[in-house]
Design a protein around this ligand. Structure first.
Ligand SMILES: Cc1ncc(COP(=O)(O)O)c(C=O)c1O
Length: 388
């Protein structure tokens, strides 16, 4: 039905009506005092959302832009980078590092698994001369729906002395990411995820240590230059023309997020993820990530039942029920489908999605006890008193 489409993909995520309206205003001059006072608040709110006292820069770019910014400001040719890879986005860090002429080593785990902290510890222990300068990690690997134990991994990296560069694109706003407490040097995220606004902005928090590495970077990026962003941030502005309207939207979204509160936001994500996982199991479907301890709170990856294909499920959900879920990526294309429950997502949305999934499976001939998914979901939602 026209205008009814609902996104349950891991980004872009749904945008609240009031945020959309905020973005629909006439732009104002980005050097005006009116805009500066909005930016001042947004910069402060970003620190709150990133749980940091570090500067958080704003880039007019998607999440990959912030990833590029991270490495292009701290790496010199031949620097050694260790990339922890467990999916598409972990691979992306390694690819970006190579474009900077870095020597890149990877620790690869099969997609669907998390990084074992002991493996990292062992590798870093062998680096007695402290040659590894940067370790890149993905908090929530969106391509598989696996969440890494970033707290433990970053503490190991800190003990070694390398810089930790973390992709928090689909974890910030879904789960606690304690940037300062966990010693994360660089953390990046993107607007179309837990921030509840459309795509087009990305964010990067930079520790003092990362900024020192920037000072030694021979060829830092021009557009993403850390010093230019730092200087502008201190003057409540941006180095170049930002997407003014998205910043209006972000300002409004932060109003909503702050009134909900960080703990409540994280608890909502945990509750939805738990309920959806219970529903999938009750339907007799297989979760790609069976272990609840490493399961994403932003996205759930599911294998289709025998005799039913991922494209069939996705197209029926969209055509008949106006719900968009994501395909798998890379080696999991057409092997899994992924239900996003990140950002502006409520219990109603989860109930609708599982109901529509049941209706879809019924139409596609899968033999199951209809209503079992919904029943498991609503029971889980009713019973779950989660803290993040
Ligand atoms: C974990 C992760 N990292 C990076 C990205 C890339 O972000 P973008 O598509 O905004 O460039 C995504 C996008 O989905 C993601 O999920």
């Amino acid at each position: 039905m026209k205008d009814k489409l609902f996104l349950m993909i891991p980004g872009p995520t749904p945008v609240p009506e009031s945020v959309l309206q905020a973005t629909a205003k006439h732009p104002i001059g980005h050097r005006s005092s009116e805009f500066s006072s909005i930016l001042k608040e947004v910069y402060a709110d970003l620190k709150w959302f990133f749980q940091t006292q570090n500067d958080v820069y704003i880039f007019t770019a998607s999440g990959t832009g912030a990833m590029d910014a991270a490495l292009s400001n701290i790496l010199n040719p031949n620097d050694k980078v260790l990339s922890l890879v467990m999916g598409n986005f972990g691979e992306r860090w390694a690819k970006i590092a190579k474009t900077r002429g870095a020597e890149v080593e990877t620790i690869d785990v099969p997609w669907g698994n998390a990084i074992n902290p002991d493996t990292l510890k062992e590798r870093l222990a062998k680096d007695v001369n402290k040659e590894i300068k940067v370790v890149t990690l993905t908090h929530n690997e969106t391509s598989t729906g696996v969440m890494n134990d970033i707290e433990t991994l970053c503490k190991i990296i800190k003990e070694h002395g390398a810089l930790s560069v973390v992709d928090g694109v689909t974890s910030v706003g879904a789960v606690p990411v304690k940037t300062d407490e966990w010693g994360i040097d660089i953390l990046v995220s993107g607007s179309q995820k837990g921030f509840m606004i459309p795509p087009g902005l990305s964010f990067l928090s930079c520790s003092q240590r990362a900024f020192e590495a920037y000072k030694n970077c021979k060829y830092p990026s021009f557009y993403f230059d850390f010093a230019a962003h730092k200087k502008s941030l201190e003057q409540d502005t941006t180095p170049f023309t930002p997407n003014v309207n998205l910043i209006f939207g972000l300002h409004k979204a932060f109003e909503m997020l702050k009134s909900e509160g960080l703990d409540a936001i994280h608890a909502r994500h945990a509750k939805l993820a738990k309920g959806i996982r219970a529903a999938i199991r009750a339907l007799g479907l297989k979760l790609l990530v069976e272990d609840d301890a490493i399961a994403s709170r932003a996205i759930t990856s599911i294998l289709p039942p025998d005799g039913v294909s991922v494209p069939q499920i996705r197209s029926t959900l969209t055509k008949d029920y106006d719900i968009v879920v994501a395909n798998g990526q890379g080696q999991f294309k057409d092997k899994i489908f992924r239900i996003g429950h990140l950002g502006f997502v409520s219990e109603r949305d989860a109930i609708t999605a599982i109901g529509a999934l049941e209706a879809t499976l019924l139409k596609l001939g899968y033999n199951f006890d209809s209503g079992s998914g919904i029943s498991a979901l609503i029971k889980s939602l009713a019973e779950t008193k989660v803290t993040a």
